[in-house]
Design a protein around this ligand. Structure first.
Ligand SMILES: [Zn+2]
Length: 129
């Protein structure tokens, strides 16, 4: 759990996207990588992905001729328990539906547990929990 603190902002961004939305990085038949296979969300951060794989947060999966990269259990365990997608919600009295009210204070919108954010100055071995 503690080594996630040493991730760079870019690494946390990739991890956050995968954990927040449950998306995989999917490589299509033309060798193009996209978040969730969506052409509107190209993925190019393979150096970052390699680091996350080394650290056990992502795994490469191949099946038949398909190839994709998905967040591991270790990564999903980092999901913020105070929100669904980095935002807070409250029931809108006019519509009766939940509407976003702001950024989750616990995770700052990353949807990763608080101790994954900007605590690189914390002394090693200090228990933040
Ligand atoms: Zn949150």
């Amino acid at each position: 759990m503690d080594d996630v603190i040493q991730l760079t902002k870019r690494e946390r961004d990739v991890l956050s996207t995968a954990v927040k939305f449950g998306w995989d990085v999917i490589v299509n038949g033309r060798g193009v990588a996209q978040w969730d296979g969506d052409a509107l969300m190209p993925f190019r951060a393979f150096k970052t992905l390699d680091v996350l794989i080394d650290r056990g947060y992502f795994e490469r999966v191949t099946y038949m001729r398909a190839e994709w990269y998905r967040a591991t259990r270790k990564a999903r365990d980092l999901k913020c328990s105070h929100c669904q997608d980095g935002r807070t919600y409250a029931e809108d009295e006019a519509t009766g539906y939940d509407a976003p009210t702001g950024i989750c204070e616990s995770c700052g919108g990353t949807c990763l547990k608080p101790n994954t954010d900007d605590q690189r100055d914390a002394a090693p071995g200090v228990d933040n929990g």
